[in-house]
Ligand binder design. Structure first.
Ligand SMILES: Nc1nc2c(ncn2[C@@H]2O[C@H](COP(=O)(O)OP(=O)(O)OP(=O)(O)O)[C@@H](O)[C@H]2O)c(=O)[nH]1
Ligand SMILES: [Mg+2]
Length: 354
């Protein structure tokens, strides 16, 4: 399909034209999510640049480094029906941020407002408060942005799988993966790993950036192909009977349950960490006590040895002293000699006296 045809199909998409009519949907929300600095905002700049075919603009405020910058969920309308949402990036799964990520992804929090990371009830309350502010008529398509140059190590795979599977269960749509930094040597490996995780649609591209936004036919085509695939998928999804109201309620239940379980998990982990810390503290205390006793024992041993040494010296000195006495000194009698000394018989002595 030529670029012009692709543009035509993307630009003319509307829910009313779908086989079953709109079924209550009016907008496709491309929910971009992913780790900090993986190119979400740059991807929005890229899509806008390609679609509007005007000068490059850093409309989504992509950062000039790899740090976390987007703090507000902002919507960027692309066509009459398609809108891109730049969500706040996150660091890690399993933290309190995770609940917030899924609340954003499930479209349960108001758009175009700052994103806070709240623990437990804070987030649940915000979801309830936002009920009248969120649009039920949005069809959510989760788009997971991942920078190929970061690679995927074995420890990351479980986390990525959990993220993708939860996003799928929440939205009912398997996330599309967009790999940025396509020119990285790790792209082939990262693509293979995402495929192994069960991801079917993976688009690798090089974003247009502040440093390099020279127009490239292949980059333009990649973006148009991506948008066209999204439209095709939405058409397929809404070819089944759908109920946006019910789906919103299901998403809310899912996220609230997720937050609850995540809270319990985190509390359990914290308790475990506390117990481990206490255990290691106790071990350290025991070690210190053992060292102290060992020190005391060594000190006592040293003193006893010192005393023995002194006594031995004294004994040696006495011995030398004795040996040095004049030769006519008889000294203490030798018990062996004592037998030869006649002790007068007391009985006989007494008899003689009477
Ligand atoms: N070479 C190249 N650089 C990219 C690409 N995508 C993003 N970058 C650069 O990576 C950095 C981070 O990009 P952002 O678009 O701000 O990332 P983000 O995901 O929006 O980041 P947060 O909002 O902080 O989560 C910027 O310096 C971009 O210029 C790409 O495909 N190729
Ligand atoms: Mg950003």
């Amino acid at each position: 399909m030529s670029n012009a045809e692709l543009r035509d199909r993307i630009g003319s998409f509307s829910f009313q034209k779908c086989r079953r009519g709109s079924q209550g949907f009016s907008r496709v929300l491309l929910q971009l999510f992913g780790f900090l600095g993986h190119g979400k905002s740059s991807f929005i700049n890229t899509c806008k640049y390609v679609w509007e075919d005007m000068g490059f603009s850093n409309i989504a405020q992509a950062s000039d480094d790899d740090e976390g910058h987007t703090m507000v969920r902002i919507t960027y309308p692309l066509t009459r029906t398609i809108t891109l949402v730049d969500n706040r990036g996150f660091c890690k799964m399993g933290s309190y941020e995770t609940g917030e990520i899924f609340a954003q992804l499930g479209n349960l929090l108001p758009l175009d407002t700052p994103v806070e990371w709240n623990e437990g009830f804070g987030l649940a309350n915000r979801i309830v408060e936002a009920e009248n502010l969120v649009k039920v008529s949005d069809f959510i398509v989760p788009i997971f942005l991942y920078s190929a140059k970061k690679g995927i190590c074995a420890e990351d795979e479980d986390e990525l799988l959990e993220l993708i599977v939860t996003a799928r269960d929440l939205t009912g749509v398997y996330p599309i993966v967009v790999l940025t930094n396509k020119s990285s040597e790790k792209t082939t490996d990262v693509t293979r790993k995402f495929k192994n995780l069960g991801v079917e649609r993976i688009f690798a591209l090089e974003n247009y950036t502040l440093e390099d936004h020279r127009k490239s036919a292949s980059k333009h085509q990649e973006v148009l192909r991506f948008l066209y695939e999204v439209i095709k998928d939405v058409e397929f999804q809404v070819s089944q009977p759908r109920n946006p109201e019910e789906e919103m309620t299901e998403r809310k239940t899912f996220v609230l349950r997720y937050i609850h379980h995540n809270d319990l998990k985190i509390q359990f982990q914290r308790k475990e960490i506390k117990a481990l810390k206490e255990q290691s503290l106790l071990k350290e205390k025991l070690k210190q006590q053992k060292e102290k006793y060992e020190q005391i024992f060594q000190e006592d041993k040293r003193k006893v040895e010192e005393e023995i040494r002194k006594l031995e010296e004294e004994f040696e000195a006495q011995k030398l002293h004795r040996q040095a006495r004049p030769s006519n000194y008889i000294g203490r009698p030798n018990p062996a000699n004592l037998q030869s000394i006649k002790i007068p018989n007391q009985k006989k002595r007494r008899a003689r006296l009477f």
